[in-house]
Design a protein around this ligand. Structure first.
Ligand SMILES: [Fe+2]
Length: 505
């Protein structure tokens, strides 16, 4: 078990980061990490699905209700749960970790519904679900929170409490819903979480049960419909497609637990990339940047010079099928008059280059110098797949796809900046803007901010001093991304909106 690249950046390239004493992680006097007291110990959740369907989710805790083997559900047009417009009963069984997932159809497009479950004579809280608008609906606005990286042991969830209280159309979660291993907890022990690395399906299930035992995430998932994708820690640190063949049993365990515990209906094996269309206002393209990606080449925890091998034109992060789907989907949506193209993008697309070696002076000395040569700090992200990034950018240019806003997770800090047609040229037009929205509770890399002035290309903002999340608000004329900061060491942390990026489209 090793530290991951974010930890490495924190402690080496970016300065001295103090390691917390491992003894603080767990002790025999720590309260048990998971001690359920209610039937619906993980609360309720809903997921976007289509313009006539929603996904409802809960789990019936067998430690509290051991004899319950079925669960009723109801859907209403009112938060009072009257009238009930749809209802049913689902089996509760150990084979799916006592989770309950329902695809409810026959609903009206573009509206909210309320739902609850009942099992063993106990009712759940009431949650809100939403159908998507019809594809050609004209919307005045769309407001989504987006977030990632919620290591339970390293922080509380004041960010989720804030999300729960806001007027939002939904929540986009970009990965690292759980952390399968304990190394990250060394960086900031805040509350008790097991440190053993997950391998079996039961290991992974225990993580989802624990993380969702928190009342603040339960409030956020009851308040809004969610759209969820995974990143690496839902399986293990920095994984790629070769991990599936190297350890198919572990991959199957992690993905089964994910589908059991997320309000997402599997539609094609383990495929999770998909798009959600919000009328003619916006389309959200949700990406899987793990299961099809090529393995890394010659890097030290993600830090690498650009090499011919790294620059190979056939290196892929999305895989051929997903790349084709994304490029085609962006063009089709843009051609259909959809104003905003949102990417739900787990890992940074923009370059994090500390040393720019693609200069006129060096090129004069060496005409064969690689385009975009330099020292990159984060090649587990799109910096490790530069040819595919160029292909995406050139597609946006050639197809004249406008209104592209990239919502990003993974990096445990807030980043904002333009994606230019040619990032060697700061006067080159921006074809998209990227906004990494911090981490819900995973420790931020305090010293990353100090690097911002040295990076080429430049970013508009790098802030690694806090936890938090982002909100994106689209209207027919503009898009505004806001960054919300918290101190996740404290459950009662206040929330500060510390940066706002309005942009006409
Ligand atoms: Fe993370």
């Amino acid at each position: 078990m090793g530290l991951d690249r974010r930890d490495f950046l924190r402690m080496s390239a970016l300065g001295a980061g103090a390691m917390a004493a491992p003894g603080l992680l767990t002790s025999c006097t720590s309260p048990p990490a998971y001690a359920p007291t209610s039937t619906f110990a993980q609360g309720v959740a809903s997921g976007f699905h289509s313009d006539t369907e929603v996904v409802l989710w809960t789990r019936v805790e067998p430690l509290v209700a051991p004899s319950v083997n079925s669960c009723d559900w109801q859907v209403s047009t009112s938060p009072s749960m009257s009238p009930v417009v749809a209802s049913g009963t689902e089996v509760v069984e150990a084979a799916s970790d006592h989770t309950v997932k329902v695809l409810v159809g026959g609903l009206e497009p573009g509206r909210s519904y309320w739902y609850r479950f009942e099992a063993g004579g106990v009712r759940s809280t009431v949650g809100r679900a939403s159908t998507l608008p019809e594809p050609d609906a004209e919307l005045e606005s769309l407001r989504l929170a987006y977030a990632s990286c919620q290591c339970y042991g390293t922080g509380y969830y004041p960010a989720w409490r804030d999300v729960a209280a806001r007027d939002l159309d939904g929540v986009v979660f970009l990965g690292d819903f759980i952390y399968e291993a304990g190394a990250i907890q060394l960086l900031r022990p805040v509350r008790s979480e097991p440190v053993a690395e997950c391998v079996t399906i039961e290991d992974y299930r225990t993580k989802y049960r624990l993380y969702r035992s928190d009342p603040d995430i339960q409030a956020a998932q009851a308040a809004h419909p969610w759209a969820v994708v995974w990143d690496d820690h839902e399986l293990h640190n920095d994984w790629n497609r070769t991990d599936i063949t190297l350890n198919p049993v572990r991959f199957a365990a992690a993905t089964q637990a994910w589908f059991e515990h997320q309000p997402v209906m599997p539609v094609d094996g383990t495929r999770i990339f998909r798009s959600l269309r919000f009328g003619r206002l916006a389309e959200l393209h949700l990406l899987d940047e793990r299961q099809y990606r090529d393995p890394p080449v010659d890097t030290l925890l993600g830090v690498t010079f650009l090499t011919p091998e790294l620059a190979r034109s056939d290196r892929t992060i999305l895989g051929a099928e997903q790349l084709s789907w994304l490029l085609g989907g962006l063009a089709a949506s843009n051609d259909a008059g959809v104003r905003h193209q949102l990417l739900g993008n787990p890992v940074l697309i923009g370059a994090v280059r500390l040393l720019d070696l693609d200069t006129p002076e060096l090129r004069a000395l060496d005409p064969s110098l690689l385009r975009h040569a330099g020292l990159y700090l984060n090649s587990d992200a799109w910096d490790g797949f530069p040819a595919e990034r160029e292909r995406l950018i050139s597609h946006l240019v050639s197809e004249r796809i406008g209104g592209v806003t990239i919502l990003t997770g993974d990096i445990h800090s807030f980043w904002a900046g333009p994606i230019r047609a040619d990032f060697e040229d700061s006067s080159s037009p921006a074809v998209a803007y990227e906004y990494a929205g911090g981490a819900i509770a995973s420790p931020p890399g305090d010293q990353q901010s100090a690097l911002a002035a040295s990076l080429q290309p430049a970013w508009d903002l790098v802030d690694a001093s806090r936890n938090g999340y982002g909100i994106v608000e689209c209207t027919p004329e503009d898009v505004t991304v806001s960054f919300l900061g918290v101190d996740a060491r404290y459950r009662g942390s206040p929330v500060t909106q510390f940066a706002t990026f309005p942009r006409p489209i």
